[in-house]
Design a protein around this ligand. Sequence first.
Ligand code: DGL
Length: 237
Amino acid sequence: MKDGFICVIDSGIGGLAVLKELIKKAPTEKYLYFGDNLNAPYGNKSKRKLWELTLNNLVYLSQFKLKAMVVGCNTLSVNFVNEIQQFLGVKTFGVFPPVESAIINHKNPLLICTNSTAKQYENLKGVSVLGLKNLAYEIEENKYFLHNIDLSFLAKEIHQKNCLILGCTHYELLKNTFLSHFCPLKILCGAEYTANMVAKYLKNNKSLGKQRRFLVEFVGKNQTENRLFWEKVVKVD
Ligand code: DGL
């Protein structure tokens, strides 16, 4: 289905970091962006509540012709990527914190993520895990002042770590701030890996889009803020 949309979903603006990577790797596609800003943040909600919200959103998204779904949210991906694929019946990709590669390639990695994502990794050996209750919310609320977000509270946690994994797509929007605060710490994120997987899938399935230039539509209630943030801050040329 060459002419279907690739849909990206998130609780809010975080998935735009994934959309940006997708456009770099698959620039001839039509993208649908759905941010559930009304219910953000997701990271402190119960699994049951998250699935209820997700189901509602998937019913809404079923009206569009999709060729792939990209769950641009670590919290949703670790909890429901298979259920989402099953519900929609289209190839579905998640964004996951690159924990395995951090363990193999770096000493003492630290994963920061939402509390919900932290639950999935807390028993894993070789990585320290820190669930952050407020950072995604702060990013959502201060989206036009990202450089003002204070990350100094992390300095103590990062002490003696060699690698920091950003396990929430909202945090990827702050990647440069993390880099400047904590240089020379290695910073790892999941979106680029997901974008590579999607591009490979499209190529292998001969379903690359035919747009001369990518196209992005924002769908669902309250998408003005996502569109404005995309146009003003994230920007892809
Ligand atoms: N951006 C999402 C993630 O990757 C969700 C953050 C939130 O809504 O708490 O986990």
